[in-house]
Write a protein of this length. Structure first.
Length: 168
């Protein structure tokens, strides 16, 4: 399992793993209870692989933030999603000292903590062995989402074949 197949879906709590995709929808499985549900591709969803945290020098991929949390705290985080704003900011500063305090809100830090705990709860960090290998794998793959990318690629190849046809 890597961050490419883990989704956050707008309007739905928790994280979801992509099981398969059909015409116009994805079948996802909740990491918390294992229930499978169909989700329209028109629904706003984000693969955790595509999410980054703003820093003063640019952006840091979420996989690298998770890796830093795992190296420092493993399974016992000193905060929870219900911690105070100052506790969350202090925790995050200990993980990512150059995060942009003006653009990263306490609600963003809460999401990162919730997602880390959810992934840790299903053994994500244990199963992948060394999270740095998953982080490096995730950062080398193209940043495209599952279903819309397939449609874009097919449209691109169709237009390329039409151009080839018209040139001949």
């Amino acid at each position: 399992m890597n961050l490419e197949e883990i989704l956050s879906i707008s309007g739905k709590p928790g994280l979801y793993k992509v099981v398969t995709h059909g015409k116009g929808s994805l079948i996802v499985e909740s990491l918390s209870d294992g229930k499978r549900i169909p989700v329209s591709i028109q629904k706003q969803m984000s693969a955790l692989k595509d999410i980054s945290i703003y820093t003063l020098s640019g952006e840091k991929p979420l996989a690298e933030v998770f890796e830093a949390i795992h190296k420092k705290y493993a399974t016992e985080l000193p905060v929870s999603a219900k911690s105070s704003k100052s506790d969350l900011e202090e925790f995050f500063f200990g993980i990512l000292s150059d995060y942009d305090e003006d653009r990263v809100y306490a609600s963003d830090i809460k999401k990162v903590v919730q997602w880390y705990l959810a992934l840790n709860g299903v053994g994500f960090f244990d199963a992948s062995g060394d999270e740095s290998s998953a982080a490096s794998t995730d950062s080398t793959e193209p940043a495209e989402s599952t279903e819309p990318a397939d449609q874009t690629n097919s449209a691109t190849s169709d237009s390329a074949s039409q151009e080839t046809t018209t040139e001949n």
